[in-house]
Design a protein. Structure first.
Lengths: 104, 453
C-alpha cells in the first residue's frame, strides 16, 4: 500500500442541499471501493473540510455504483441566495475531497 | 404502445444554453423535449415580476427558445414539456399561442397544469391546521409569514401524463419536479399506473440523470480530460422502454461523453440517502439499479426498485430575508495576500468610523486566488495577485449600500497595486430566504387545460 491522492483513481461530484453540501465520490471497481470505504470515514472527511464544514457529516453507501455520498451540513455560508461565498453551492467540494491522500 | 421513446433534456436550469434544445430538435431523432426553467429562488423573482405586470411571471426564455425551434417541433411532431409557466402558466400559454399564430402554425395544442401555486391559499391552509413548518429546522411558518414571496408545491409526473392524454403537444407547468418532466411522458406512453412503483422509480431515476442537461454527458465531470468536443456537447437523451429499463445516450456526432462514470456522477448530484430518493410519485432506491455500458455513449439502467410515495407534497416557499451585496478589487503582488488583508481591515475600519458596523457572521472576506474554494485544503501563501471579494448582509438596506461606497476609495487611499474595479458601487439586493415544508396531498388539486392555436 502507498499513499496516493484520491483524485488519482476516484471521481466526484458535489452540489448543494440547503445550507449543506453533498459530495458524492465513486471508484471503478470493488477493490477500490473497499479502499474508499475504509479511508473515507466520517471523521476523516470532517477533518479534511474543517475550514469549510461547520456542521455534522453523514455518509451513505451505494455499492451498485461503488460510491459513497457525504452530506456536509452548514458548509455554504447560508446556502442559496443567503450566501455571500464564491462557492455558495458547493460546486467545487467534490474536487476538494479528491485532494485527500489515502492508503491504496 | 411504442416499444421505445426518446426523451431529450434541453435545459438543465434557468439560464442554460439555448443551444441545448435548438440542437436536440435538429441533430437527431427525438419524441419528447423536456426543459427545466426553475430554481429555488426563481419563483420569488417571478412573483415580483407578476406583481408589476399581470402578463409576466413565467420563463420568457422558453418562448424565445420556441421561436427558434417551433418549425422543427411541429414538422417532426416532437412533444415539449417544460416547467416554464413559473407562477403564471396562463400568461405563458397565451404567449406560446401568440407565437404559433405569428409563425402561421395552426392547430398546435398547448396545455397548462395549474394548482402548484398556493401563495394565496396560505392563510386558509394555516387556519385549517396545516403548519407548513420549516422541514430543516422545525420553525413555524409564522416566523416569516408576513414576508412570504412565493409558495409552490412540487407537482409530479401524473399531471403531465394527464395533459398529454388530453392531446397537448406542448405541456407547460409551474413547479413540476425536474424528474417528472421525463417520467410524465413514460407514464403517458406506456400506461404506467400510480402503483407501478418500480417503473415510476425508474422514470424518476432517468429524470434525475437528465435533469441537469449536459451534466450527465461530460459536463462538470472530474475525468474531464477524457471528454471530447465540449463546444458541441450533446444534451442527454433517455431511450425509455415500457418495462422501466432505459438507456442514457446523446445524438450521434455530438460532443461530450456518456459512460458509466458520467452517469454515476450525475446520479450522486444533489443526493441525500440514495436508498430513499423521495418524489411526489414514488420513493426510488438508487442503489438498486444495475448500470452497464452497452455501446459507445450508451449506458443502460435496469432492475430499479421503488416504493410508495409519502402522503405529503414538498412545498417550496420563499421570503424576503434582508439585503446583501458583494464587491471586488484585484490586488497585485508583491505581498498580494498581506495587502488584501489590510484592504479588508481598512474598509471595515472606515465603515466603523462612520458608525456602520457589522456582526462577524454578516461579513465576508475572500482572497480569491489564495485558496477560497478549497479553504484549509489547498491554499497558496504567495500568489502573484488575488481578487479581494468583500461582502455584507443584514436587514438594513442603507447599511448595505453604505458598505458598497467604501470599496472604490481603496484604489487611492490604501496600499499600492489595487486595481480592477469595474461596474460601479455594489448595491444592496434582496436576500431570498428558502423555506422547505410539507403539505398533506389531499390539500392540492392540479388541473389541466388544453388550448389550440
Amino acid at each position: 500500500m502507498a499513499k496516493v491522492k484520491l483524485g488519482s483513481f476516484a471521481f466526484a461530484r458535489s452540489g448543494d442541499k440547503g445550507d449543506g453540501s453533498n459530495v458524492g465520490v465513486f471508484v471503478a471497481n470493488a477493490k477500490d471501493y473497499e479502499v474508499i470505504k475504509r479511508e473515507l470515514t466520517v471523521e476523516r472527511v470532517k477533518k479534511h473540510f474543517h475550514a469549510i464544514c461547520k456542521g455534522e457529516v453523514t455518509r451513505f453507501e451505494a455499492p451498485n455504483m461503488f460510491a459513497l455520498n457525504f452530506l456536509l451540513r452548514d458548509s455554504l455560508g447560508g446556502g442559496g441566495s443567503e450566501s455571500l461565498k464564491t462557492d455558495a453551492q458547493g460546486k467545487t467540494h467534490g474536487l476538494a475531497l479528491l485532494e485527500i491522500e489515502v492508503e491504496r | 404502445m411504442r416499444d421505445k421513446v426518446l426523451i431529450g433534456y434541453g435545459q438543465g436550469f434557468w439560464g442554460d444554453s439555448i443551444l441545448g434544445p435548438v440542437r436536440l430538435v435538429r441533430e437527431g431523432p427525438l419524441d419528447y423535449l423536456a426543459l427545466d426553467y426553475l430554481a429555488e429562488v426563481t419563483m420569488s423573482i417571478m412573483q415580483k415580476l407578476k406583481g408589476r405586470n399581470p402578463q409576466a411571471g413565467y420563463a420568457t426564455d422558453f418562448v424565445a427558445m420556441l421561436q427558434r425551434t417551433l418549425p422543427d417541433i411541429t414538422k417532426k411532431g416532437i412533444k415539449v414539456i417544460a416547467n416554464a409557466g413559473g407562477v403564471n402558466p396562463q400568461a405563458c400559454l397565451a404567449a406560446v399561442l401568440d407565437l404559433a399564430r405569428k409563425q402561421g402554425v395552426k392547430g398546435l395544442k398547448v396545455g397548462i397544469i395549474e394548482g402548484d401555486d398556493i401563495l394565496a391559499r396560505i392563510p386558509e391552509l394555516q387556519k385549517a391546521g396545516h403548519a407548513l413548518a420549516n422541514m430543516d429546522d422545525g420553525r413555524p411558518l409564522s416566523a416569516v409569514q408576513s414576508k412570504l414571496l412565493s409558495a409552490n408545491v412540487y407537482i409530479g409526473a401524473f399531471a403531465i401524463a394527464e395533459c398529454l392524454r388530453k392531446g397537448a403537444q406542448i405541456v407547460i407547468g409551474g413547479r413540476l419536479t425536474d424528474p417528472a418532466l421525463v417520467a410524465g411522458p413514460m407514464i403517458h406512453e406506456f400506461g404506467w399506473q400510480p402503483t407501478d412503483w418500480d417503473k415510476l422509480a425508474a422514470g424518476t431515476m432517468a429524470g434525475h440523470i437528465a435533469e441537469c442537461g449536459a451534466q450527465c454527458t461530460g459536463g462538470n465531470y472530474t475525468g474531464w480530460r477524457e471528454v471530447k468536443d465540449f463546444v458541441r456537447i450533446g444534451y442527454p437523451i433517455i431511450e425509455a422502454s415500457p418495462d422501466g429499463t432505459f438507456v442514457v445516450t446523446k445524438h450521434e456526432g455530438t460532443g461530450g461523453l456518456v459512460n458509466r462514470n458520467t452517469v454515476i456522477s450525475q446520479l450522486l448530484y444533489e443526493m441525500g440517502d440514495p436508498k430513499r430518493y423521495l418524489g411526489p410519485d414514488c420513493t426510488a432506491d438508487f442503489t438498486s439499479a444495475k448500470i452497464d455500458e452497452v455501446g459507445k455513449d450508451r449506458v443502460r439502467l435496469a432492475g430499479i426498485k421503488g416504493g410508495p410515495a409519502t402522503p405529503t407534497y414538498k412545498v417550496s416557499l420563499s421570503y424576503q430575508n434582508g439585503f446583501k451585496t458583494t464587491g471586488q478589487l484585484t490586488i497585485s503582488g508583491p505581498d498580494a495576500v498581506a495587502k488584501a488583508r489590510l484592504c479588508a481591515d481598512i474598509v471595515f475600519g472606515r465603515l466603523a468610523l462612520d458608525g456602520c458596523t457589522f456582526e462577524e457572521h454578516e461579513k465576508l472576506v475572500e482572497l480569491v486566488g489564495a485558496g477560497v474554494c478549497h479553504a484549509g485544503i489547498t491554499e497558496s501563501a504567495n500568489p502573484p495577485e488575488v481578487v479581494l471579494r468583500l461582502g455584507v448582509k443584514c436587514d438594513d438596506e442603507d447599511k448595505v449600500d453604505r458598505f458598497g461606497m467604501e470599496i472604490v476609495p481603496l484604489v487611492t487611499s490604501g496600499p499600492p497595486g489595487v486595481t480592477g474595479f469595474a461596474g460601479g458601487r455594489p448595491k444592496a439586493t434582496d436576500i431570498v430566504g428558502y423555506w422547505p415544508a410539507l403539505l398533506d396531498k389531499t390539500q392540492v388539486k392540479t388541473t389541466v387545460r388544453v388550448e389550440v392555436s
